[in-house]
Ligand binder design. Structure first.
Ligand code: SF4
Length: 694
C-alpha cells in the first residue's frame, strides 16, 4: 500500500501526531501512498514538518494492523474473526445484557484525542443517546483536563488564547513544563526563530530541556524547580510583580473582576508566596526568580507556553489558574505576542474536548445540568438526556473494581499502557464483562478485551482535527479503510443496534450537526474548510472567518477572574526508602506510547526508553552510563538503561514512556489533580539500583 515511483495525484490532509496540526500533501499512486510532502499553504506549519509527520507513516500499513473484527468469550480464549455485523450485534447484546443486570450506569466509553472530531462526536452521542448515561470520558483526562478547568474559571473558555504566529511578536517567551523542540517540533522551531531574533526566554522545568542551552538559543533564566512545586514558583513570580509595583493597573481596572483581583493581590503578597520563602522547597534561587519576574513584567508582549509538566500534577488546575493570573496581572492577554497557550500533546486533544467527551459537558463545554443547553440536544436527538455528570476514567476503574462497572468501549486509546498505576488499571479491566477495543493494533488494552473492532489510520479517514491554536483542519481520505468500514460508521451501527438509530452519509453531515448544536462551531462546514483551508473557532455569525486570537476586547467570561492559588505540596514525597523523584517526558522521534512510531523506521533513533540520572546520584549508587538499573516506587518497579546526564539536577531522574517494555506507568502513583483527576505522572518517589535483567 506504500509505493515507490512518481506520484499520480495528491490530497491535502493533516498530520495525526502532535497538536501542531501540520498540513501535508499525501502524494499517491492509485491507492498507494508514495510520500508525505509538507504543504506550503498549511496555516499551522507553512510548509515545515518534523520527522514524525514527514516519515513516520509506515505504521498505517504495518503487518501488525488488524483488519477484521474479532470476539472471544473470555480474555484467555483465542480471538475468533467475525463479520462486522456479528461483532456489532454481539457488542450491543453484551452491553444490553450488562445494563439490564447491573443498571444503566454500568457501561461507558473512553474516546480518544487521536480520533477525528466527527468520531468523537458520534461516540459521545452513542453514550448519551443509546446507553442513556453520561459515562463518556476522554484520554484528555490524563493530559489536559486541568487546562479545561483552569482556563475556563479564569478566562471563560478552555483553549489557548493565541494562534501560533503570535509567537513571532513575543518579546519574552515563558516556557513551563513543556519541551517544544521534542514534543511540538514545528512550533518549537518557530519559537527558536523568534528567540534567535532577540526575544528573551524563561524556562521553568526540572530538567534542562534543549531550549535552555542549544547552539543558537540560551535561556535568560532557567528556573530548575523540583517536580511538584510549579504553583509555588508561579506564585513567587506573581509575588514579585505585586510587591514591586509591576502590575498593569490600567488593564486590570478595565478588563478584570475587581473583587477577585483584590483578594488575589492580598493573598499573593503574603510572605508564604515570596521567592525567598519558596526557595526552601522549590530549589529555585530567589534572586534568579526575582530577575525572571521582572523580565516577564517588563516587556510589552510576554507569552506563556505550557505542556503536561504543568497539568499532570496534583495541582495541575491550580498551576493553569496561576499562569492565567500572571498573564492578567501584566496585561498579557488579548494582544498579539502575548497570551496563555497550552501545547496540546495529541493531534486532536483540543477537538476531542470541544466535542463533549467529558462526562459533565455537552459539546462546546456546556454543563449537562444546563436545562437550556440540554434541551437543544434533546430536541435535535429526540429523547431525554441524563442531567447528572457521568463517571471519569479513574472512577470507571474504581467502580469496576467494586463490581458496578462492567462494560467499556475504548476508542483509539491504550489505557493499559498510558494510564497511571498499570496494575490497578489491569485489575479493573479484568473485572469487566465486556471490554471493546477499537484500534489499529492489538494493543496492551486489547489483552483484556472481549471484542476487537479494527480502526482506520488517518490516511483512511475523512474528518477534522482541531490543533492547539483552535484551528480546525481537514483530514482527507486517501485510502479505503483496510477494515472495509469507517470508524464513525461502526459507531453509528452500534448505536443503531443498541436501539438508538444513528446514520450519516458522510462526516460532513456530522459536522453540520455539530455546527447546529455548538455556538462556537456555528459557522463551520466542510465547504468553508475547503474554501479557507482551515478555520479557528469560535467561528460563527460574529466571526464568520474564525478567531485567531481570543479575549481581545473582553474576556469570554466578561471580566477576567483572578483565582486564589495556594500551594499545597503533593503527598508524593521522597524519603529514605524512595529518595529520588522521577519525572517523565517525550523524545522527538517517538510519539506517546509508541504504538505508531515504534512501527516505523523512527524507532531506530530511540529503540528503548532510558533513565536520565545526574552524575552525583549515579556515583552514589555505583551506576555507570549504559548499565541496567531497576526503578522502584510504592506502586511497582521497572528496569531501564541508565543515561548519566547533566540535564538532570541531583535528586531528580527522568524517563520517556514510548516503549511498553519499560512501563514507566508501572511505577507512577494514583495521585491526581484535585479538580479533574488528571494523574500526577510527573512526580513519583523512586529508588534506583543496579540490576542484571530487564
Ligand atoms: Fe506532525 Fe507535530 Fe511534527 Fe507537525 S510538528 S509534522 S503535527 S508531529
Amino acid at each position: 500500500v506504500i509505493a515507490e515511483g512518481q506520484p499520480e495525484h495528491s490530497k491535502v490532509t493533516t498530520c495525526a501526531y502532535c497538536g501542531v496540526g501540520c498540513s501535508f500533501k499525501a502524494e499517491m499512486r492509485g491507492e498507494q501512498l508514495v510520500r508525505m510532502v509538507p504543504y506550503k499553504q498549511g496555516q499551522a506549519n507553512e510548509g515545515h514538518s518534523c520527522v514524525k509527520g514527514r516519515f513516520a507513516y509506515g505504521y498505517a500499513t504495518h503487518k501488525d494492523r488488524k483488519t477484521k473484527p474479532m470476539i472471544r468469550e473470555r480474555i484467555t480464549d483465542p480471538w475468533r474473526e467475525v463479520s462486522w455485523d456479528e461483532a456489532i450485534a454481539h457488542t450491543a447484546s453484551e452491553f444490553k445484557r450488562i445494563q439490564s443486570k447491573y443498571g444503566r450506569e454500568s457501561v461507558g466509553a473512553i474516546s480518544s484525542s487521536r480520533c477525528t472530531n466527527e468520531e468523537v462526536f458520534v461516540l459521545q452521542k452513542l453514550v448519551r443517546a443509546a446507553l442513556r448515561n453520561n459515562n463518556i470520558d476522554t484520554c484528555a483526562r490524563v493530559c489536559h483536563s486541568p487546562t479545561g478547568y483552569g482556563l475556563s474559571v479564569t478566562l471563560g473558555t478552555s483553549a489557548g488564547t493565541q494562534d501560533f504566529k503570535s509567537v513571532d511578536e513575543a518579546d519574552v517567551i515563558l516556557v513551563i513544563g513543556a519541551n517544544p523542540t521534542d514534543a511540538h517540533p514545528v512550533f518549537g522551531s518557530r519559537m527558536k526563530k523568534r528567540l534567535r531574533q532577540g526575544a528573551k526566554l524563561i524556562v521553568i522545568d526540572p530538567r534542562a530541556i534543549d531550549l535552555v542551552r542549544s547552539p543558537h538559543v540560551q535561556a535568560a533564566h532557567h528556573l530548575q524547580l523540583l517536580p511538584g512545586t510549579n504553583v509555588a514558583v508561579v506564585n513567587a513570580l506573581a509575588h514579585v510583580i505585586v510587591t514591586e509595583g509591576l502590575l498593569r493597573e490600567d488593564y486590570i481596572a478595565a478588563r478584570c473582576d475587581r473583587d477577585a483581583f483584590e483578594s488575589w493581590a492580598r493573598f499573593i503578597a503574603l510572605e508564604q508566596n515570596s521567592p525567598e520563602y519558596s526557595e526552601q522547597f522549590t530549589g529555585v534561587p530567589a534572586a534568579e526568580l526575582r530577575k525572571a519576574a521582572r523580565l516577564y513584567a517588563s516587556v510589552k508582549n510576554a507569552a506563556i507556553y505550557y505542556g503536561l509538566g504543568v497539568t499532570e500534577h496534583s495541582q495541575g488546575s491550580t498551576t493553569v489558574m496561576a499562569l492565567a493570573n500572571l498573564a492578567m496581572a501584566t496585561g498579557n492577554i488579548g494582544h498579539v505576542g502575548a497570551g496563555v497557550n497550552p501545547l496540546r500533546g495529541q493531534n486532536n486533544v483540543q477537538g476531542s474536548c470541544d466535542m463533549g467527551s467529558f462526562p459533565h459537558e455537552l459539546p462546546g463545554y456546556r454543563h449537562v445540568g444546563n436545562d437550556e443547553v440540554r434541551g437543544a440536544f434533546e430536541t435535535r436527538w429526540g429523547l431525554k438526556l441524563d442531567d447528572e455528570p457521568g463517571l471519569r476514567i479513574p472512577n470507571m476503574f474504581d467502580e469496576a473494581l467494586g463490581g458496578h462497572f462492567k462494560g467499556l468501549f475504548v476508542h483509539g486509546e491504550d489505557i493499559a499502557q498510558s494510564d497511571p498505576n498499570t496494575n490497578h488499571v489491569s485489575a479493573a479491566l479484568k473485572n469487566m464483562e465486556c471490554v471493546v477495543v477499537q484500534d489499529l493494533f492489538l494493543n496492551e488494552t486489547a489483552k483484556f478485551a472481549h471484542v476487537f473492532l479494527p480502526g482506520a489510520s488517518f490516511l483512511e479517514k475523512d474528518g477534522t482535527f482541531t490543533n492547539a491554536e483552535r484551528r480546525i483542519n481537514r483530514v482527507r481520505k486517501v485510502m479505503t479503510p483496510l477494515s472495509g468500514k469507517d470508524e464513525w460508521a461502526a459507531i453509528c451501527e452500534l448505536s443503531t443496534a443498541l436501539g438508538y438509530p444513528m446514520a450519516y452519509n458522510h462526516p460532513s453531515e456530522i459536522m453540520d450537526e455539530i455546527a447546529a448544536l455548538t455556538p462556537t462551531f456555528a459557522g463551520v462546514s466542510y465547504s468553508k474548510l475547503d474554501e479557507m483551508g482551515s478555520v479557528q473557532w469560535p467561528c460563527n455569525e460574529a466571526s464568520p472567518e474564525g478567531t485567531p486570537m481570543m479575549h481581545v476586547e473582553r474576556f469570554v467570561n466578561g471580566a477576567g477572574k483572578f483565582m486564589l492559588t495556594e500551594y499545597v505540596p503533593t503527598s508524593e514525597r521522597s524519603g529514605p526508602r524512595f529518595p529520588l523523584i522521577l519525572t517523565t517526558g517525550r523524545i522527538l522521534s517517538q510519539y506517546n506510547v509508541g504504538a505508531q512510531t515504534r512501527r516505523t523506521e523512527n524507532s531506530a533513533w530511540h529503540p528503548e526508553d532510558v533513565l536520565e540520572i545526574h552524575p552525583f546520584d549515579a556515583e552514589q549508587r555505583g551506576i555507570l552510563d549504559g548499565e541496567l538499573v531497576s526503578v522502584a516506587s510504592r506502586a511497582g518497579d521497572v528496569a531501564l538503561r541508565a543515561k548519566i546526564s547533566e540535564r538532570m539536577q541531583p535528586g531528580v531522574v527522568y524517563t520517556t514512556f514510548h516503549h511498553p517494555g519499560s512501563g514507566a506507568n508501572v511505577v507512577t502513583t494514583e495521585n491526581s489533580d484535585w479538580a479533574t483527576n488528571c494523574p500526577e505522572y510527573k512526580v513519583t518517589a523512586v529508588e534506583v539500583r543496579r540490576t542484571n535483567s530487564l
